[in-house]
Design a protein around this ligand. Structure first.
Ligand code: DON
Length: 307
């Protein structure tokens, strides 16, 4: 690793992705997201040894959206262990993130924790053991990043709530099967806020470093997940982290990853580093066009992936 000039690689990537502006669309199904200026690109790499490399808009906070599903799953898995899998599966869905269809044949059991239905179940689990899941989640990401200024974007959360009928439908449908235990409005208040967490690429790459480090936060030595659980979390990111494009992401990038409709994508190289990329324009599956391009170039130039 030492002989690789990571800063030079990031600078090259930032130039090479420029021609891809205009090839996707900023998420517009939630009005507060539609207002984000399209021509922005940031990338941040955190190494286990504490070094950080950034380029572009790496310190601009954005709505992390579904990337939050990694944090909530970690919190639930840490507390409940394999109990989690009684209520949510571990198979790629091959369907859009907000799809309802599979829930009918599975009796309200979501295919995995990274589609919306699965994330609702995970947040419902957090409500089982946390008096204030919103506050706990905030404390968790602030601890991981050492950034006390991270907060929820209240406008995005409210916009999600106003335009959240699909999520309401998913949650009520699962509740009818007994797989949501709490009041749907209270559950979705947690879910809409987790989507509205506002973090930068630098925050995100820092925050996920423990997953590249056998579950241990490098800066504090705190063990968040044991080695086996940390590995399992990463395997779920690989198979399910990019919805119906998980296969495409494994094919082009080759890392455990997670995306969000705010335009962020995070990835990890176990034993080495975590990386976060952000650019708001999305492809049809809801994944950032420039972030995909950047990560494909990143693993190609490094010559390292999990394969
Ligand atoms: O409608 C929602 O549930 C979103 N705010 C979900 C977020 C998300 O990032 C899903 N996909 N990429």
């Amino acid at each position: 690793m030492m002989h690789i000039d990571l800063q030079a690689i990031l600078n090259e990537i930032a130039q090479e992705v420029e021609p891809f502006y205009g090839k996707g669309n900023v998420a517009d199904y939630i009005p507060a997201l539609a207002k984000v200026p399209a021509r922005q690109f940031g990338m941040s790499v955190s190494l286990l040894n504490g070094q950080e490399y950034v380029v572009g808009d790496a310190d601009v906070p954005f709505s992390i959206q579904s990337i939050s599903k990694v944090f909530t799953l970690v919190m639930a898995f840490r507390e409940k262990g394999d109990e989690v899998w009684k209520r949510v599966g571990r198979e790629p869905s091959g369907t859009p993130f907000n799809s309802l269809t599979q829930l009918e044949t599975t009796g309200g059991y979501p295919r995995n924790p990274f589609i919306n239905a699965g994330a609702h179940v995970v947040s419902d689990m957090l409500m089982d053991f946390l008096p204030n899941p919103r506050q706990s989640l905030l404390g968790f990401v602030r601890m991981l990043t050492l950034n006390e200024t991270i907060d929820y974007d209240a406008e995005v959360a409210e916009s999600e709530r106003i335009h959240g009928d699909r999520n309401r439908a998913l949650a009520y449908y699962m509740k009818s099967f007994g797989n949501i235990h709490h009041e749907v409005d209270q559950l979705l208040d947690v879910y809409f806020h987790q989507c509205a967490l506002s973090m930068s690429c630098r925050d995100l790459s820092r925050s996920l470093l423990f997953l590249a480090n056998h579950g241990i936060v490098p800066h504090s030595g705190e063990q968040i997940l044991n080695e086996s659980r940390s590995k399992r979390l990463a395997s779920l990111m690989l198979t399910c982290g990019l919805y119906d494009e998980a296969g495409e992401f494994a094919f082009r990038v080759g890392l455990p990853g997670k995306s969000g409709v705010g335009g962020g994508i995070v990835g990890i190289i176990p034993g080495l580093l975590s990386v976060a990329v952000w650019s708001p324009e999305l492809d049809v599956s809801g994944n950032s066009v420039l972030a995909m391009e950047a990560l494909e170039r990143f693993t190609t130039k490094l010559g390292i992936s999990v394969f």
